[in-house]
Design a protein around this ligand. Structure first.
Ligand SMILES: O=P(O)(O)OC[C@H]1O[C@@H](O)[C@H](O)[C@@H](O)[C@@H]1O
Length: 279
């Protein structure tokens, strides 16, 4: 292990880099004890990928609406600068809390943008069948579990980082199951599954066709509040299977909220108001 380890909070205890000198004392916080390998940074990767897709989407809407060239240029500059600033803050904060080395957050941003660029070109995602959503979710699960078991049989533990976190974290309560790579995978699969269910629901198709911009803005605002509330929902991790199932379900529900639940309830509410007014 050279001067480029995984998580600084365990690297300082294990490295021979400092020789006879004492290693720097790193102050741990409740958010330091991440359990993933840390290369690349998941926070940097996720935020860069989401931000990149959002900027591209806004710019393509602006282009479709034939925004004047100067305004378009200004919008482009502001959005990219904003994303740059957000990424800078994310990266600096991850390094500041000693969750990462600088190269890991830089790799995170680059890999996030590459992933976003590849997937934003995959238009089939929006039109693919419900069955395909299900089979991709199932394939990812079987592949991940199969790969994990296979490597375990040949003596490689893919969850080796969890042990390091448990060993070097000063407070065992800070080692959060939510941060394990497998929990992340299940969350992503739940999201994919929920997106498939939501997009293929007859309710979604109905509201997609027949709604005005204020209705859409209202749905977005209410969904954001509900998703924020849903985020507060955490599960005990004593039983891992139940924990993973609940994490999966929570992520799937998170996608059903903006695609079906909120538009449907808002639609029924507005319709009732209309009936009240006319009667
Ligand atoms: O690698 P980082 O920046 O510490 O981030 C790890 C995080 O990566 C994210 O992708 C996961 O969704 C989180 O659950 C996880 O904690």
């Amino acid at each position: 292990m050279g001067p480029f380890g995984e998580r600084p909070y365990w690297w300082v205890h294990e490295t021979k880099f400092y020789g006879n000198e004492s290693a720097p004392a790193l102050r741990q916080l409740s958010i330091t004890c991440e359990t993933g390998p840390g290369s690349p940074s998941g926070h940097a990767m996720g935020s860069a990928a989401v931000g990149y897709v959002m900027v591209i989407a806004v710019l393509s809407i602006a282009a479709q609406r034939k925004t004047p060239a100067l305004l378009y240029w200004l919008l482009k500059m502001v959005l990219w600068m904003l994303l740059g600033l957000v990424e800078l803050l994310v990266c600096m904060s991850r390094v500041y809390v000693a969750a990462h080395f600088p190269h890991q957050v830089i790799c995170g941003v680059i890999s996030g943008i590459i992933v976003a660029e590849i997937f934003s070109r995959q238009k089939w995602i929006y039109i693919t069948s419900l069955q395909k959503y299900f089979s991709i979710t199932l394939f990812l699960l079987v592949f991940a579990v199969g790969f994990y078991v296979l490597l375990k049989v040949v003596g490689v533990d893919l969850l080796w980082t969890l042990e390091k976190a448990q060993k070097w974290c000063v407070n065992p309560a800070w080692v959060n199951m939510d941060t394990t790579p497998f929990a992340s995978l299940l969350r992503n699969m739940g999201t994919l599954f929920g997106l498939g269910l939501g997009l293929h629901s007859p309710l979604h198709t109905q509201h997609k066709k027949s709604t005005s911009n204020p209705f859409k803005m209202g749905s977005i605002a209410i969904s954001l509040v509900l998703l924020q509330l849903l985020d507060f929902l955490t599960f005990p991790s004593d039983n891992h299977t139940i924990f993973y199932i609940l994490s999966f379900t929570k992520s799937a529900v998170a996608l059903l909220v903006p695609t079906i639940l909120v538009p449907r309830v808002l639609f029924l509410f507005l319709q009732e108001k209309k009936v009240e007014k006319t009667s």
